[in-house]
Design a protein around this ligand. Structure first.
Ligand SMILES: Cc1cc2nc3c(=O)[nH]c(=O)nc-3n(C[C@H](O)[C@H](O)[C@H](O)COP(=O)(O)OP(=O)(O)OC[C@H]3O[C@@H](n4cnc5c(N)ncnc54)[C@H](O)[C@@H]3O)c2cc1C
Length: 359
């Protein structure tokens, strides 16, 4: 029997596994397929909600804490794993926002640097824009390259001594009286003193009858990948709800669609066209750049995008960290830390009330 069983090998489960292992506990992470191949792999890695001022305080609080801790976290993970997550702080340029006053007053109340920019200043920040217009500039916003961060995190967990079981779907949770005792899988029962469900969009299936009103559902997002020479795009640029994200080596991600289609991850021509049109409107030069990949992921959607983090009120030892929706990477470090604070009875980094598992 291990101390902690984590169900789900996405960013949420992996960050929690690392935090728990750092306390010296015995941690086993079980993953249905391969580690880190679902939403966490598919995402863009922007370390801020898009249009952050539109989000509830509960999302902002986790994103703010995470933003302040990302530099240290990726450095620690790199020291443990020897792998680079490609964290870059290249800023977010928001084009044509007509919510500038609201956004600026939101930023003023927080520790977020946000500047109004006119069309000329926008063009200076990003010289090859199709149409430079007035907007907002958030220089502190950064990004990670999701697959790199995940590989580094998996390796860091391995080095620290987290145990993994891949290709091993959890069929149901196991209980004795009012206590969770582990999980049943096709490869046998996995016993643990405490269990964390971090199954992303599939969490409701794992929780089965315990899932009362969590409202976690899959929300498909398609992405396109261009391969240009490094430097064509400098900043993350957001316009009309679509964005382009430049990676260091010249790859440029264009995202994303928001589709309520159940567990269907099919790629569509309509999705591809939508992303291509939006990306090439932001930067017409992309029309000459080859598209080298197109994929989809299922976000763990939740009402208002507020994740559920905490313990079940009646089942001892059962915890969840689910429903991070569009911001699981941006909120990841704070979300993992809050979960582990609650599990260990430590003073939580933030007020846990908005994330509590309400039954
Ligand atoms: C197109 C797209 C763009 C995005 N862009 C951003 C962004 O720029 N910034 C940002 O912050 N967020 C972004 N996101 C959202 C972010 O990726 C998610 O919020 C986050 O990755 C959720 O992580 P997770 O670990 O909870 O879920 P997942 O990564 O989906 O992991 C859940 C894991 O649980 C496993 N699992 C499920 N059922 C079982 C079972 N029965 N037994 C064992 N294992 C199981 C799954 O196989 C999976 O590996 C984006 C998402 C998408 C799809």
């Amino acid at each position: 029997m291990v101390d902690y069983l984590i169900i789900g090998g996405g960013l949420t489960g992996l960050l929690a596994a690392r935090e728990l292992r750092l306390t010296g506990a015995e941690v086993l992470l079980v993953e249905r397929g391969e580690l880190a191949r679902e939403s966490s792999w598919a995402g863009g890695g922007i370390l801020s909600p898009l249009y952050p001022w539109r989000y509830p305080q509960a999302v902002t609080v986790l994103a703010d804490w995470s933003r302040r801790h990302y530099v240290r976290l990726v450095a620690d993970i790199q020291a443990e794993s020897g792998l680079d997550s490609e964290f870059i702080q290249n800023g977010l340029l928001v084009q044509g926002s007509d919510e500038s006053d609201q956004a600026l007053s939101w930023a003023e109340q927080r520790d977020v640097e946000m500047l109004r920019v006119n069309a000329r200043e926008a063009a200076e920040l990003e010289p090859r824009l199709g149409l430079a217009v007035d907007g907002l500039w958030l220089p502190q916003i950064g990004q990670v390259r999701n697959p790199r961060l995940l590989q580094a995190l998996i390796e860091s967990c391995r080095q620290l001594g987290v145990q993994f079981k891949e290709n091993c779907p959890v069929e149901e949770l196991l209980y004795q009286d009012d206590k969770v005792t582990g999980a049943k899988t096709a490869k046998g029962d996995l016993l643990a003193k405490s269990v964390v469900v971090a199954g992303g969009a599939w969490s409701e299936q794992i929780l089965a009858e315990l899932d009362k009103g969590l409202g976690v559902e899959p929300v498909k997002g398609q992405m396109l990948l261009y391969k240009a020479e490094p430097g064509l795009v400098q900043r993350i640029v957001l316009s009309g709800g679509h964005y382009i994200i430049p990676r260091r080596d010249g790859h440029i991600l264009a995202g994303s669609t928001l589709e309520y289609m159940g567990f269907d991850k099919t790629l569509t021509e309509q999705g591809r066209q939508q992303l291509q049109l939006a990306a090439e409107a932001i930067m017409p030069a992309l029309a000459e750049v080859p598209i080298v990949n197109h994929w989809a992921g299922l976000r763990p959607g939740s009402p208002d995008g507020i994740p559920h983090i905490g313990m079940h009120s009646r089942v001892e030892g059962l915890y969840i960290s689910v429903g991070h929706f569009r911001n699981g990477v941006a909120m990841g470090p704070a979300s993992a830390r809050l979960l582990v604070d609650l599990m260990l009875g430590r003073e939580p980094i933030v007020d846990p009330t908005p994330y509590a598992w309400k039954i």
